[in-house]
Design a protein around this ligand. Sequence first.
Ligand SMILES: [Zn+2]
Length: 330
Amino acid sequence: MPLVPAKILLDDAVKNKYAVGAFNVNNMEQIQAIMAAAKETMSPVIIQASRGALEYSNLIYLKKLMEAAVIDNPEVPLAVHLDHGNSLETVKQAIDLGFTSVMIDGSLKEDSKTPTTFEENVEITKKVVEYAHPFGVTVEGELGTLGGIEDGVGSGEVNLTDPDQAVEFVKETGVDSLAVAIGTSHGAYKFKEEPKLALDIVKEINKKMPELPLVMHGSSSVPKELVDLVNKWGGKMPDACGVPVAQIQSVIPFGVAKVNVDTDGRMVITGTIRKILTEKPEEFDPRKYLGPARDALYEMIAERMKDFYTAGHASEIKDVTLEEAKAFYK
Ligand SMILES: [Zn+2]
């Protein structure tokens, strides 16, 4: 299957009440682990890259790795997504690279720090939609602001999404999916104590727009065993805390169709490498620690695919090219 627009995956997820995991990548081992997990659990999947990841990989390396993912796993429905696009220029760059989905985070200005007004958010998001749809590319917008800061993105303020404003935003911009602020947060130090997601807000938005795929950012679970794995082998991540899987599961039936996971993957890789290098200080072949890190990441992602009820849904996804997808946006 060629790369599909994310809209194909997200619409199926809303209809069948599961969520597609969107996993951040910046190197080969991460991409291999995600694809292996999707293949094994028969899950559709979204691989996403932040602006930082594009810069880190000098664009072309990531593009070629994503092409390799498709060739190596033709049975996996895969969308490639730009995470937290900050301008039309970045979006253009991602579409040029062959991404089938882009996010424009108009909740923040181009510096990715200063919150925008509702009108400013509508203006930039609409521009991106008008640019992307003729290419068949799916657009994710964001309304409301999450807490936390990751990859230099975030204002540090929290403003939960207003359901009535969400309706107006979707109508005015024409976005295909909406990232909502419902109490999640970016990074590994999201909360002082276990969070409670704003289930009422999710339910209300879903009631007003039952077909709209909602997106949860900052949704790593940061489970205790991962924190322990990192800390036991010399890491320093005291008090790391995330969104429990059970809380994510509670909102999935209400239109939450994409769940972003980045921190958990970073922690699995870091913890595994720390353990190996501590236990075998004589080891200096990168394959001997990157390989096991890839295996551990695969295990974690396969688990999330089952947790988000994604497993088994790959077979129902239609093979849709960007060319064919242009018709969906009219
Ligand atoms: Zn995010």
